[in-house]
Design a protein around this ligand. Structure first.
Ligand SMILES: NC(=O)c1ccc[n+]([C@@H]2O[C@H](COP(=O)([O-])OP(=O)(O)OC[C@H]3O[C@@H](n4cnc5c(N)ncnc54)[C@H](O)[C@@H]3O)[C@@H](O)[C@H]2O)c1
Length: 281
């Protein structure tokens, strides 16, 4: 018995990173999944579960591609219970003063098209099918949707906009559809940026080992999470039985950013050594 037996999900950007891990966990929990993805990926990527996956090549910024993905879910699997709008791009922390004015507008358009407009297009395309199943929408936010410093102003503004989408749609769509977000912190993936800033070919995490070190160093839990570390929250929010009273919430999966101290990042670095006998920690 899985938490998502007989449920049908649509995951945008499921071909890589956090989206890929979400698809994997949904499949393990018994769901059938449609992936809307721009890059080539085959259902075989999910191994033994491949027969419960359909991949649709398309662009999340095109409304018709979102509609095709919803139609595929209904035609192939009979219904749609869960939308995970997940595709996003970063801005590699470029500060306002370092954004060349002639590129700022183009980079804004690209980032907001993908990070904000596409989420609304996916929600609009899925709303009827989700209402029919009393389904749920889950948006991938970011710590940058809640705090400064998780990106430059373009990424941070776009993810704060996603926070607004979650709250507004949760209000508008209740009681038919629950709407929530998951806010991961730094996760080493293939995350890219806008072409206008020359970031569309190089990932944000060019040096994975250095990225892991710096992500861990800022987290009270001393963790550099993987996509799989976040995926359980999507399962929880997708499961009507396990989160029937949650809507309009953003669940942080950020290693404890809200629990940082002013002196030290974490207050208990010495605890494991002090509380546990040598060899137990
Ligand atoms: N990686 C992190 O540190 C991190 C932290 C917080 C939040 N996030 C958010 O997580 C989400 C997923 O990012 P990720 O890190 O897994 O990145 P990723 O690049 O590994 O995965 C994104 C996927 O989206 C696809 N994609 C990109 N543009 C598309 C388009 N126009 N149409 C269809 N598919 C498209 C890509 O091909 C890729 O498979 C994003 O919203 C990102 O902002 C990431």
């Amino acid at each position: 018995m899985g938490w998502l037996d007989d449920r049908v999900a649509l995951v945008t950007g499921g071909g890589s990173g956090i989206g890929f891990a979400v698809v994997e966990r949904f499949l393990q929990e018994g769901a059938r999944v449609v992936v809307l993805e721009r890059s080539p990926v085959e259902p075989a990527a999910w191994g033994d579960h491949a027969n419960r996956v359909r991949v649709l090549r398309g662009d999340v910024t095109v409304y018709g591609d979102n509609v095709r993905a919803v139609d595929t879910a209904v035609a192939e699997f009979g219904q749609l219970d869960v939308l995970v709008a997940n595709v996003g791009i970063h801005d590699s922390f470029v500060r306002l003063v370092d954004l060349e004015p002639d590129k700022l507008a183009a980079a804004f358009d690209e980032i907001f098209d993908i990070n904000v407009k596409a989420y609304l297009l996916a929600a609009r395309a899925a709303v009827r099918a989700l209402a029919a199943t009393r389904g749920t929408m889950i948006f991938t936010v970011s710590n940058a949707g809640l705090y400064p410093g998780g990106g430059g102003p373009l990424y941070t503004a776009s993810k704060h906009a996603v926070t607004g989408i979650v709250r507004q749609l949760a209000h508008e769509l209740a009681p038919a559809i629950r709407v929530n977000g998951v806010a991961p912190a730094g996760t080493v993936t293939a995350l890219r940026g806008p072409a206008a800033l020359g970031q569309d070919r190089t990932g944000l995490f060019t040096d994975a080992e250095a990225a892991v070190r710096s992500i861990r160093a800022t987290k009270p839990l001393d963790i550099a999470p993987t996509g799989a570390d976040h995926a359980g929250l999507y399962v929880l929010l997708a499961s009507r039985e396990n989160s029937p009273a949650i809507t309009g919430e953003i669940l942080s999966s950020d290693g404890g950013l809200g629990a940082r101290g002013l002196g030290a990042i974490a207050g208990g670095y010495d605890l494991l050594d002090a509380l546990l006998p040598a060899g137990d920690s």
